[in-house]
Design a protein. Structure first.
Length: 312
């Protein structure tokens, strides 16, 4: 019995730490955006732009070590990045209306969108867990939107919820592009992330330019927060999560998936003095329950790298 226990610890202890660290890095993302006081689309653009100089050499050395990739993989990574750029813009806009913590919870609604979209587009029948997760997640979204009860936090929580759901839909489309690339892309995590980030920067930059949000260069303080956002969420958070999740069991994965949005809400309450209502916090709990239900398959104990289910 003792040997079995120690075997389990030896197998997973090296992956649990990076998984938790990645979740914490991602949880801070919305906080950095609020602290930067930069327009939503511009914040999304700079998050991707400032990550590129770090990701480029990583992608280069990975290519030298593991070889090239087919054209289809490049196209799907680019498509995933374009959708991810839209996701980031909508998520940042949601932060404006409903706050950093609640916006992050709303964007994680994609965990129930992806399996349903895969059902219709790829004929992959969703598990019973997903069927259970959908009404739970929808209930959470309604509670967070402030449509029920009084005293909801946010400038316009209902509009924030719409942007948050839109963010989840865009991120679901990004994940489906990665899913189409198959498990072979798991060997090229850094190259794929570089291509995704590059096309995300193009998409977010085009939207920001169209909205006139790039006319003014952010000041030094804002730039510092944006650099932390890029290095923390776009680089460290993504790489840590995508490396760790396939290496840990379902129970730990579920905890990590819940830690990220819950951590964002807690950090926003402590650092930004955000005060969600009791019903909104109940909605957070509902979505937090739905996240691991929607993300975990019934017939496997782990996730593949290509299916990172957290909002990054």
């Amino acid at each position: 019995m003792r040997s079995t226990r120690f075997s389990f610890l030896d197998r997973h202890q090296n992956a649990v730490g990076p998984a938790v660290a990645g979740a914490v890095c991602i949880a801070f993302g919305a906080i950095f955006i609020r602290l930067s006081h930069v327009a939503p689309a511009a914040a999304a653009f700079y998050r991707c732009l400032y990550a590129l100089p770090v990701l480029a050499p990583m992608a280069f050395f990975e290519r030298r070590r593991r070889g090239g990739r087919p054209l289809r993989a490049h196209l799907l990574a680019t498509g995933a990045g374009l959708f991810f750029g839209i996701d980031l813009v909508l998520w940042c806009q949601s932060i404006v209306y409903v706050g950093a913590g609640l916006a992050t919870v709303l964007s994680n609604f994609q965990v129930v969108i992806v399996p349903l979209a895969a059902w219709f587009l790829l004929s992959e029948r969703p598990s019973a867990r997903v069927i259970v997760a959908v009404p739970i997640a929808l209930t959470g979204v309604v509670l967070i939107s402030g449509e029920i009860g009084a005293g909801a936090y946010g400038r316009n929580p209902g509009l924030g919820a719409i942007y948050g759901i839109g963010s989840g839909v865009a991120y679901a489309a990004s994940l489906l592009c990665m899913k189409l690339a198959g498990d072979a892309e798991a060997r090229h995590t850094r190259a794929r992330l570089f291509e995704m980030t590059l096309s995300s920067a193009v998409m977010a930059g085009a939207i920001a330019l169209g909205l006139g949000q790039l006319a003014k260069v952010p000041g030094p303080s804002a730039q510092a927060w944006l650099i932390l956002l890029a290095l923390g969420s776009q680089v460290a958070g993504w790489l840590l999560i995508t490396w760790a999740l396939p290496r840990i069991d379902a129970a730990v994965t579920a905890l990590v998936l819940t830690l990220q949005p819950a951590g964002s809400v807690l950090l926003a309450m402590i650092i930004l003095d955000e005060t969600p209502s009791a019903l909104q916090l109940l909605g957070v709990c509902a979505v937090a329950v739905a996240i691991p239900l929607g993300a975990m398959r019934a017939n496997t104990r782990r996730l593949t790298t290509a299916e990172s289910p957290v909002q990054l």
